[in-house]
Design a protein. Structure first.
Length: 342
């Protein structure tokens, strides 16, 4: 039997729809309940889409997943799928250790070493905090002076975890692009967030005590996101915003098929997913001057509706399967497959 943590607006909506459509027995559980381990006695599979902005999940999700897996429960996302979620520093170490093609990345935990590096490195560089989605907490650093200011702030008063100012400008961008009532309301929410800390910020405090940079890979007018779930993959191209260098969070999407995506990118994605041992992983790729795909960062979670228009997917043999699909159904199928292999 499956257990699903229900969170409206998350993957759980479609997990439940799929289970009901396929007559798969499931129960709804509350992963925040103090008795969750006891509640899962006799359960074989747990599906829980936890979010990086949920301050409660950030406190314990990975620990619970690891504990449940040690008891024999198949969890989606598994610990190998999720421990590096919303943690760019963790991703750096993981991808480097597995010798996967990561954009060259640099992390420092010592102020003086960081300042010395900033003095002698080349520019531009991309500054990032370890967490944040949709290009939040990401800055293009063009000079060593700007880099040094960021280093001093990183080892001084630090940065707000939620990137409230960047979020506000993102909401303005989406209103200018979409011009609908939803994006209009988003501006007012953004104004409120400028003055009110999120619960995550209150719990987590400032981001400080480290600094993280990546090389800037020029001449990319878009990035490519490939999502691998088990032995299936689908992809989109996200265009860079006008006057910006970031593609993530732009909402300007081209849907890719077997005629518009280089197979090299797919091969890297499938190979990387296997090495990471991930049930589900979204890779953000850019291409260097030699045409080589490089991974910028990874995530197990992604926007739901944005992928509904994908025209099809690839299998692990890079064969194209045309037609609509529901990624969240792949997740349930993958969890059941893992259970059957135990």
């Amino acid at each position: 039997m499956l257990a699903i943590h229900r969170r409206p607006g998350s993957f759980s909506d479609r997990w439940i729809q799929y289970c009901e459509k396929q007559d798969i027995q499931y129960i709804v559980v509350d992963c925040y309940d103090t008795n969750i381990v006891a509640d899962l006695r006799g359960i074989k599979v747990l599906l829980w889409h936890w979010d990086q902005e949920d301050h409660r999940a950030v406190l314990f999700a990975k620990e619970l997943v690891h504990a449940l897996e040690n008891s024999g429960i198949v969890v989606f996302p598994s610990i190998n799928t999720s421990w590096h979620f919303d943690d760019k520093i963790g991703q750096k170490y993981l991808l480097e250790a597995l010798k996967l093609p990561l954009v060259s990345s640099y992390v420092f935990y010592d102020r003086q070493k960081a300042l010395k590096w900033a003095e002698h490195t080349t520019y531009p560089k991309v500054f990032k905090l370890r967490g944040g989605a949709g290009a939040i907490n990401v800055k293009l650093v063009k000079t060593k002076g700007a880099a040094k200011r960021l280093v001093r702030k990183s080892f001084g008063r630090g940065f707000g975890k939620s990137g409230r100012t960047a979020l506000f400008y993102n909401r303005i961008w989406h209103f200018r692009k979409d011009k609908d009532f939803k994006s209009f309301l988003g501006i007012f929410k953004g104004i409120a967030r400028l003055f009110l800390k999120s619960r995550l910020e209150k719990v987590s405090g400032k981001e400080k005590g480290y600094v993280y940079f990546q090389d800037f890979v020029p001449n990319n007018k878009s990035d490519i996101r490939v999502i691998v779930i088990g032995e299936k993959a689908f992809a989109i191209e996200r265009l860079v915003r006008k006057g910006d260098f970031r593609a993530s969070g732009s909402g300007i999407i081209n849907y890719l098929d077997n005629t518009s995506l280089n197979s090299d990118v797919l091969e890297v994605a499938f190979d990387a997913a296997q090495k990471i041992d991930s049930q589900c992983v979204a890779f953000d790729f850019v291409v260097d001057k030699m045409g080589k795909p490089l991974i910028v960062e990874i995530s197990y979670a992604f926007s739901i509706e944005a992928y509904d228009s994908c025209p099809g997917y690839w299998n692990h043999n890079l064969e194209w399967i045309h037609g609509s699909f529901v990624p969240q159904e792949f997740m349930v199928q993958e969890a059941i497959k893992v259970l059957s292999q135990q």
